[in-house]
Ligand binder design. Structure first.
Ligand code: ADP
Length: 404
């Protein structure tokens, strides 16, 4: 079975065609600047990239460009779209209703639309992607939606209710939802396998650190999330590439008043101009901040100290929430590659009996490894994440269940 995984943004569309017989990526690509001047498609097969500059005024045109890339020209990987059994879409916000992945129906599209106030930049774009896919693939090709929030739906109310008047939770569904759920789910599954507990996760306590451009940490007990660092939106938690993470809420109103900012302008500062970028003044990319820190740049050094300190504090609080920690997992761009942060975060966790082998840690970039010492009280793993594969697996499972 071949599954096409889709991540539709407002002006972009990422795709991966996965052969589910061996879970191998057949082709992947990205449509950029949809609806804007200079739109282009980059299609990748094996090590080769094929770039097509073509007008894509909407998502349907983008899907048609993807269809052409998959079925014609040098990057052709299928003779006809009918070889693709199903599509799996990433959806950022599933609210409290969508606790699992599901087949797309008119009702499901409506449900995703109703959640748009909670994810105004994402959910409307996902709907555009789903509707465009129906236009190009036809109504008979099954489409599945996989939500970033679903894996976190097991959190208890004490973890997801904020300390503002309860009426806002009732009126506007303001609560912690958590994001990166597909990634947390993937690494939890793999971690349980490594612990030899996938058949029986009862009693396991795992803390996952997804550290990328956007970052989040989750506390997983018995294989289920009990708390996570992102909140109503992906802004909550600790500093990220350009996001502030948690801070004293009065900082927000104070800056707005002093600088005469609108809510939208303040939102832009918190989401796009803070974090590594805002603190270091150098870049949102941790590699640039690391280079500057190595050269002795004081702000870069401070930025890294803040990042590692905040992450260690989250892990400490989740240690308490879980009543201990059997395994600590690092994943995503920074978690998989930035050895220096893994090393310093683990040093901050020595009081929990965390001990890593610095030589092994220094050699692990973008591959799975156990980096803790045999004496460490906590297993520390690097597990590369694979959100597309989770989406493809769910899509396959739902399509197969339909056929029964
Ligand atoms: P996104 O959240 O956009 O998926 P990633 O998971 O790719 O982002 O993470 C991006 C971050 O990871 C950047 O700060 C970057 O510096 C870091 N990163 C990514 N790849 C590497 C690498 N090979 N070596 C070091 N750092 C990396």
């Amino acid at each position: 079975m071949k599954v096409l995984v889709i991540n539709a943004g407002s002006s972009s569309l990422k795709y991966q065609l996965i052969d589910m017989d061996n879970e191998a990526v057949i082709a992947k690509g990205l449509c950029e600047r949809i609806g804007l001047e200079g739109s282009k498609l980059t299609h990748k097969v094996g090590g080769e990239s094929y770039v097509t500059e073509t007008a894509m005024t909407n998502h349907t045109e983008a899907f048609n460009a993807v269809k052409d890339a998959l079925t014609t020209g040098e990057g052709k990987v299928v003779d006809d779209l009918s070889e693709i059994t199903a599509l799996g879409h990433r959806v950022v916000q599933g609210g409290s209703n969508f606790k699992d992945s599901c087949l797309v129906t008119d009702e499901v599209i409506e449900g995703i639309r109703e959640l748009s106030p909670l994810a105004p930049l994402h959910n409307p774009a996902h709907i555009q992607g789903i509707e465009a896919a129906i236009d190009v693939f036809g109504k008979d090709v099954p489409q599945v939606v996989v939500f970033d929030t679903s894996f976190h739906s097991t959190m208890p109310p004490e973890a997801y209710i904020f300390g503002v008047p309860y009426e806002y939770y009732e009126k506007y569904s303001i609560r912690r939802y958590g994001f990166h759920g597909t990634s947390h789910r993937f690494v939890t599954g793999r971690c349980l396998e490594l612990l030899g507990k996938s058949e029986n996760p009862e009693g396991t306590r795992i803390i996952n650190c997804h550290l990328g451009n956007g970052s989040s940490i989750s506390a997983v007990k018995d294989g289920k999330v009990i708390d996570t660092s992102m909140g109503l939106t992906p802004l909550d938690g600790f500093i990220m590439g350009t996001r502030s993470g948690s801070l004293d809420p009065s900082v927000v109103t104070f800056i707005m008043e002093k600088e005469g900012l609108t809510p939208a302008q303040m939102d832009e500062i918190l989401n796009k101009k803070s974090g590594l970028l805002g603190l270091s003044g150098i870049s949102s990319d941790d590699r640039d901040v690391t280079t500057a820190a190595r050269e002795g740049n004081e702000r870069a050094i401070l930025t890294h100290k803040i990042l590692e300190y905040q992450i260690a504090k989250f892990i400490g609080s989740y240690y308490v929430a879980l009543g201990g920690m059997d395994a600590l997992v690092f994943t995503a761009g920074i978690g998989e590659n930035q050895t220096i942060h893994r090393s310093r975060i683990c040093r901050l966790l020595e009081c929990f009996g965390v001990e890593i082998d610095e030589e092994i840690n220094a050699e692990v970039h973008g591959r799975e490894a156990e980096i803790s010492t045999p004496d460490s009280k906590v297993k520390v793993y690097v597990i590369p994440t694979n959100e597309e594969l989770v989406i493809a697996r769910d899509t396959k499972a739902i399509v197969e269940a339909m056929a029964k």
